[in-house]
Design a binder for this molecule. Structure first.
Ligand code: SF4
Length: 257
């Protein structure tokens, strides 16, 4: 399995070359979200460790950048990227290789840990997940490893926003499980004041039914009403891409584009 995949056509980020610091055949994550495209099996943990050596990432990305021309480099893949203890070295290594924006998708569960927050500040774009406004719904949707509190996650995101000079996007996956709490989520996000709110619903293959376009438009209007900037999965532009290796993409996204 290579550490670099894509570029994929991302509705949030454009032509995105993925970097996977986990590279595991089974998902390794602090959550087990009901809608996870990687399936509902895998290792649930909040223990940080090194999964991939930096020299491997350097080799793979150098090769990929000779063959393709992405808009952005995005850390994501087969689990929660902030579990990789060499995340700081990885972002610094890639920064030296290419002058492109570097983004990361995170489930936000580790953002209240100083070392993780400080490392995330090295990115240009941080896309942080927040699907719930209370512990009960958080546990129902995201099924976190024991002892992760939603309040700590929200505090971690707020603290991070204060120090971060890049773009902070909050991604929310809307389903039947959280549509009723949209007003509470709007209040929390007003307080965080991110640069962007990404309104998503599971359109890729998974056991959870997506919301309709009308439902997503209704939700988006609520965020816009309080002045929050949004993008939504149904409306966003997806650039055409030519992936280097379809299997590497399929392995992470269950689609080859
Ligand atoms: S945080 Fe992401 S990788 Fe982890 S279970 Fe949820 S959707 Fe899957």
């Amino acid at each position: 399995m290579k550490t670099v995949y894509g570029p994929v056509s991302s509705w949030r980020l454009g032509k995105s070359l993925g970097v996977d610091l986990i590279c595991s055949k089974e998902k390794i994550c602090s959550f087990n979200c009901k809608y996870c495209q990687l399936g509902n099996k895998g290792i649930k943990t909040k223990k940080r460790k090194e999964f991939i050596q930096i020299k491997q990432i350097k080799t793979d990305i150098s090769k990929a950048l000779k063959l393709t021309n992405p808009d952005v480099i995005t850390f994501s893949g087969t689990g929660e990227t902030t579990l990789a203890s060499n995340l700081y070295s990885a972002v610094n290594t890639i920064r030296k290789l290419i002058d492109l924006p570097i983004a990361i998708l995170t489930n936000s569960s580790m953002m209240n840990i100083d070392d993780v927050g400080n490392t995330l500040e090295k990115f240009d774009i941080v896309v942080a997940k927040l699907d719930a406004s209370n512990q009960k719904i958080f546990e129902k949707i995201n099924q976190p490893v024991n002892n992760i509190l939603l309040d700590d996650i929200v505090d971690g995101i707020k603290k991070f926003k204060k120090n971060f000079s890049g773009k902070l996007s909050i991604q929310i996956m809307f389903t039947d499980d959280n549509i009723a709490i949209v007003d509470d989520l709007v209040k929390i996000l007003e307080n965080i004041n991110p640069d962007e709110v990404q309104i998503n619903t599971p359109l890729r293959s998974c056991p959870v039914k997506p919301l309709t376009k009308d439902q997503i438009n209704f939700i988006e209007a609520k965020f816009n009403f309080v002045g929050l900037n949004t993008i939504s999965v149904y409306k966003s532009y997806k650039p055409r891409t030519k992936t280097l290796d379809k299997m590497e993409v399929f392995f992470r996204r269950k689609t080859d584009s």
